[in-house]
Design a protein around this ligand. Sequence first.
Ligand code: ZN
Length: 313
Amino acid sequence: MITRRYALGLLGAGALAPRAFAQARHVYDLTPVQIADGMWMIEGSTDYFSMQNGGAIVNIVLMKGDSGLILLDSGPSLRYGEALTTVARQLDLRGVTSVVNTHHHPDHFFGNQAFADRPIYALGETLAAAKAEGESFADAMYRLLGDWMRGTEVVPPTQVIDGGNVMIDGRAFHALPLGGHTAGDLALVDQKTGTLLTGDLVFYDRAPATPSADLTRWQQSLNELEKVEAAQLVPGHGPVDKTRAAIPQTRGYLTWLEDTLRTAARNGLDMVEIMETPLPAEYAAMGAEPGEFHRSVAHLFPGIELQELPRAN
Ligand SMILES: [Zn+2]
């Protein structure tokens, strides 16, 4: 702590703004914005995980239920979940009474620990994946975020949600059990407000992340989401979309990404050469680029190279 304060002091007076102090003390600054009747969103940073953002890169939605608030995704850490508890009580004194996880990536469910005594809903695939991969994600998150993660333990979801019409704490949703960003990606249509909550099947002005991706299945899921009539769309990362631009943008990026990697494999490029290729301007301008593209090359290229360059016997 002393070392950290001293380091801040070296940065001069400009670094001593309230935000710098908040970061030094590892306090999340969460601001809910009302986006529909009985619905609030906390918009995440469109950057990658960093010591500066504490992993607060994900969109969180809070919705009025009969007994309190329904929380969609719980953030990257115990500390974040605790901050959500405080924010929720300001919106509704009863606080969060049920939780839904859209998928098993750590920025979306590592805040579950703060709500471990309440029902936590997710697709069956998400429960299984959270149990199978949670600890390795935790290891990576502690390395990336250090003290922001203090005390965080993996708490997988507990209640399986299926597709079709579902009621969660008296609020009606249509659940779409999809996948492709991960093995199980839950999208929800909130019937009261006509809001489509896509989780990470849709990114908006932020590069899609692909560590668990099946690109073909992801594109099929985007086709399903495109059929949904919705007043607005809340992506997993990026701003609320009222113009229906986010789905085609995500589709276009994933198509470009796969084409780029397949062409590179056929042309005999290696991963370093691909990473050195400049991104098209529309994608270079997205949040988390070019880092997310570089990570996608590492995730996806080895498999694509095997498909494109079969062994000659
Ligand atoms: Zn994700």
